[in-house]
Design a protein. Structure first.
Ligand code: SF4
Length: 401
C-alpha cells in the first residue's frame, strides 16, 4: 500500500504477486513481472526508459500506473572527506525527509561497509529534545515505497562506482514502530531474495521504546536487529529525554526488549546519546549497568549532535570513556560511536530544519529554560509534571517552507 500525491502507488511497494496480478490483468505473461522486478531491484530503475527489455508500450504503461521513484528530488551534501553523504529528499507532496549514506573502509578482519540510515516518517511525534527531527513535529507516515526508495537511492549511488550496499538502519526521521505496518513491508522487500535481497541480519530497526510494537515484533519471530534508543535508565531523566517514557517507562521497555532477545536469540542494541552533564554522570552509568547486567545486550554510546535549540552539548570523550568503563566493568559490551558529518548536519532532521527556518526567538529561549530546569530536576531524581517540548513542537510540517 503505497500511494503518491496523485494516487499512483510507488512500484517499490509492490510485491512479486501484486506485480504478477497487474501483468495478468493486462494479458501479459508472468515473466514480464519478473523483468520489471529485475529492473526495479537489480538496476534500481527510476524512469520508463530504465525498464528494458520491456517493449516500449508496456514500459509506458508501467510508468503510467506506478511511480517509479517516489523521491521527487534529492539534494546531497558530502562530509568526512566523502565518507558521509547526507541526502535531503523531497517527496511528491513537497514533504522533506532525510537519509544518510555512510562508507566504512575495510579494516583487518572486516570488509568495507556501506550503510544507509533511512527515515520511516516525515518528522516525528515523539519529540526527543536532543533531536532535530523531534523539533520539527510530526508530518506524516511514509509509504512502503517511500521508505524503500531511500535504500534504492543509496544502492544506485553505490552501483555507479561498482559498490554494493551492505547495511540498512532505520534510525533516520521518525519512530519506526509507530509506522510498523509500512516498516515491516519495507523490511520484507529489502530482505526478499527476489526483490532487494539484503540479509535480514544486515537490517536494524530502532525504537525509542514503543512497547506494544516490540511485543508485536517478538511474536513475529526474528526479523532483523532491534535497537532500543534508551538514552537514560532512570525514569525522571528519561521522561525529559524521551517523552514516550511517560507512557512506557524504563522497566516496561527493558522487559519487552529482554523478552524479545530471549524469544529471538538476537542481541538487543541499546543506543545512548551522551549529553554533557545531563545523562553522563557516574550514577547514570551505574543505573544503566544495573539495568542491563546479564542481558543479551550491546550498548552504543553516541556523542550528542549539536542541536541549535537546546542548552546541551555532547559529553567530553574522557567522560564517555569513563562511562563506558563502568559498563564494561560489569561485562556489558560497549561501542563508542563517532559522529558522522556534523558539519553538514548529519543527525536526522537537521537539513530539513535548516530548510524550514528558525522558530521565533522567544520560543527558543523558553525551550532552553524549560530543558535546563527539567534536566536539573531529573538530576535530583524528580519527575517533572510537563514535557519540555511544548514551545517548539510542532514548528511546522517538514516541507512546509
Ligand atoms: S530521536 Fe528518534 S524518536 Fe526521538 S524525536 Fe528524534 S526521530 Fe523521533
Amino acid at each position: 500500500m503505497s500511494a503518491s500525491a496523485d494516487g499512483r502507488p510507488g512500484i517499490a511497494g509492490e510485491t512479486s504477486e501484486s506485480l504478477g496480478s497487474w501483468m495478468a490483468a493486462r494479458g501479459e505473461s508472468p515473466y514480464r513481472a519478473r523483468q520489471v522486478a529485475e529492473a526495479v531491484w537489480r538496476r534500481h530503475a527510476r524512469a520508463a526508459e530504465d525498464l528494458h527489455p520491456l517493449p516500449a508500450a508496456l514500459r509506458d504503461a508501467v510508468a503510467e500506473a506506478f511511480v517509479l521513484d517516489t523521491l521527487a528530488t534529492t539534494d546531497v551534501r558530502l562530509a568526512d572527506g566523502g565518507r558521509t553523504e547526507k541526502a535531503l529528499h523531497a517527496l511528491a507532496d513537497g514533504v522533506l525527509i532525510e537519509s544518510v549514506l555512510m562508507h566504512y573502509p575495510a579494516r583487518p578482519g572486516q570488509r568495507e561497509r556501506h550503510t544507509v540510515c533511512i527515515s520511516s516518517q516525515a518528522g516525528c511525534a515523539v519529540g526527543c529534545p536532543f533531536c532535530a527531527t523531534g523539533e520539527l513535529g510530526f508530518g506524516r507516515d511514509l509509504t512502503t515505497a517511500e521508505i524503500v526508495d531511500q535504500v534504492r537511492w543509496a544502492a544506485r549511488r553505490l552501483a555507479a562506482d561498482g559498490r554494493r550496499l551492505t547495511n540498512v538502519v532505520f534510525m533516520g526521521m521518525g519512530e519506526p514502530l509507530l509506522n510498523l505496518d509500512r516498516v515491516l513491508e519495507a523490511v520484507s522487500a529489502l530482505a526478499d531474495p527476489d526483490r532487494f535481497g539484503l540479509g535480514a541480519r544486515h537490517i536494524t530497526v530502532s525504537t525509542s521504546g514503543v512497547v506494544p510494537g516490540i511485543r508485536r515484533l517478538t511474536a513475529l519471530g526474528p526479523q532483523f536487529t532491534l535497537a532500543v534508543s534508551l538514552h537514560a535508565a532512570r525514569d525522571p531523566l528519561r521522561d525529559v529525554l524521551v517523552p514516550l517514557n511517560r507512557r512506557w517507562p524504563v522497566a516496561e521497555v527493558l522487559a519487552a526488549a529482554r523478552d524479545h532477545a530471549a524469544a529471538t536469540g538476537r542481541r538487543i542494541s541499546y543506543e545512548y546519546t551522551m549529553i554533557g552533564g545531563v545523562n553522563d554522570t557516574p550514577a547514570d552509568a551505574d543505573a544503566l549497568a544495573a539495568a542491563l547486567r546479564g542481558d543479551l545486550a550491546h550498548v552504543n554510546l553516541i556523542p550528542m549532535n549539536p542541536v541549535a535549540h537546546t542548552p546541551w552539548r555532547a559529553s567530553s570523550m574522557a567522560v564517555i570513556e569513563a562511562f563506558a568503563g563502568r559498563l564494561r566493568a560489569v561485562g556489558i559490551a560497549v561501542t563508542i560511536r563517532r559522529n558522522r558529518g556534523q558539519e553538514i548536519g548529519a543527525a536526522c532532521g537537521q537539513l530539513a530544519a535548516e530548510r524550514i527556518g528558525e522558530p521565533p526567538a522567544p520560543a527558543i529561549a523558553r525551550r532552553r529554560d524549560r530543558l535546563e530546569a527539567a534536566s536539573a530536576a531529573a538530576l535530583r531524581g524528580e519527575r517533572s509534571e510537563t514535557g519540555p517540548d511544548a514551545d517548539l513542537t510542532p514548528v511546522g510540517e517538514p516541507g512546509a517552507a
